[in-house]
Design a protein around this ligand. Structure first.
Ligand SMILES: *Cc1c(COP(=O)(O)O)cnc(C)c1O
Length: 361
């Protein structure tokens, strides 16, 4: 059996040591010592000036959007996790879907300007499979129109562009540290942000909006990361480079086997980006078997690939028919053709070979 993903774990004893102090302190949540230590280590690792920690990535994005104070319309990508557009709508804002580019499947900056109206206040875009958005071009447009930029960086933990941590781009960036991600805290989320003054309410909003023992300054939520999760984060952060190196070996084997096969497209690495090998996307476009056939064929051999992202989020059932598919044809095209192959640190190159044998067989 080859699952689509498998959580990295520190040694059992290492985690036990990390949580041991809590049997003395009895401080299990609410910005305890472990939480604060983890925050500091994360800032160093991500190379960002400020971070806030959360119960999960989705609520982290909801709180980042609320704290930034954006209003009205938000231009966003349809080729993402449903979390991104849900977070916009649950803040009472209106998503405006901008189609993606065909090269790396991130938001197409050339289509942004046509979607800007007097009500537009922000761009919320997703780095896809670790391929980063065209951050410079997006920032130029945002600056020109006075828009806030927030990135869903759930796929891009630890990546850099020409040595600059990905969390430094935009006004804020959200990382999910869910068990299935490259780096995890069991469940969890992180927001990095540039301007500490603008985001000063972020920890208060995460804790019901309390600004003092008896003062509630904001309509907040409960989105706190607990100490057990922070302890898992501290442990996993010690091993992240090794885990990424192991993922790279498996990914490299996929690339060796699948490059140059007619009807199979791989996404080219972007210059200057250090990857985390979070996912291995393969586009079946004119291959002798279509995506659904490959998915079932792999499943018959107990190998689990995933249609991801699927469906294009603008066509989610819960949004009714509010967003016609004709407006985002590229997103729909790729949502019908992409599979992400099994990829995790413990996946051996031999297992990657076995997956390729089925795809190419
Ligand atoms: C995983 C993921 C999320 C949601 O994160 P959770 O921690 O599961 O809430 C949001 N966006 C993207 C792109 C993701 O991959």
């Amino acid at each position: 059996m080859i699952p689509v993903t498998r959580s990295s774990m520190p040694a059992f004893q290492e985690y036990c040591e990390a949580i041991k102090p809590m049997w003395e302190s009895r401080w299990l949540s609410n910005r305890g010592a472990i939480h604060r230590e983890f925050e500091g280590r994360l800032k160093d690792y991500l190379g960002v000036p400020n971070v806030a920690l959360f119960a999960n990535g989705h609520v982290a994005m909801e709180v980042a959007i609320q704290t930034s104070g954006i209003r009205g319309e938000v231009i966003t990508t349809p080729f993402t996790h449903i979390s991104t557009s849900h977070a916009i709508i649950r803040n009472g804002l209106t998503p405006v879907f901008c189609d993606i580019n065909e090269v790396d499947l991130t938001i197409d900056e050339n289509r942004l300007e046509a979607l800007i109206t007097p009500r537009t206040s922000a761009i919320v875009a997703t780095h896809v499979y670790g391929y980063v958005c065209h951050v410079e071009a997006i920032q130029r447009i945002a600056d020109q129109y006075g828009l806030t930029v927030i990135y869903d960086a759930a796929h891009a933990f630890g990546e850099t562009i020409h040595g600059v941590g990905i969390g430094n781009y935009g006004d804020a960036a959200m990382f999910s540290t869910h068990a299935t991600k490259v780096f995890h805290t069991i469940e969890g989320g992180v927001v990095s942000f540039r301007d500490a003054e603008r985001f000063r309410a972020i920890d208060n909003i995460t804790n019901f909006g309390f600004t003092g023992n008896d003062t509630i300054g904001y309509i907040g939520t409960n989105a706190r990361m607990n100490e057990f999760e922070a302890a898992m984060g501290i442990c996993n952060l010690r091993h992240i480079e090794d885990e990424i190196a192991k993922r790279k070996q498996a990914a490299t084997r996929y690339t060796e086997r699948l490059t140059g096969v007619k009807g199979i497209r791989l996404i080219e690495p972007q210059p200057g980006v250090t990857y985390n090998y979070a996912y291995y996307p393969v586009i079946f476009d004119g291959y002798r078997r279509n995506r659904e056939e490959i998915l079932s064929l792999l499943a018959e051999h107990d190998m689990i690939a995933r249609r991801y992202f699927y469906p294009s989020v603008d066509s989610a059932e819960c949004y009714g028919n509010a967003y016609p598919a004709e407006k985002t044809p590229v997103s729909h095209y790729f949502a019908d053709r992409v599979l992400t192959l099994p990829l995790y640190a413990d996946l051996t190159p031999q297992e990657a070979d076995a997956v390729c044998d089925i795809i190419l067989g």
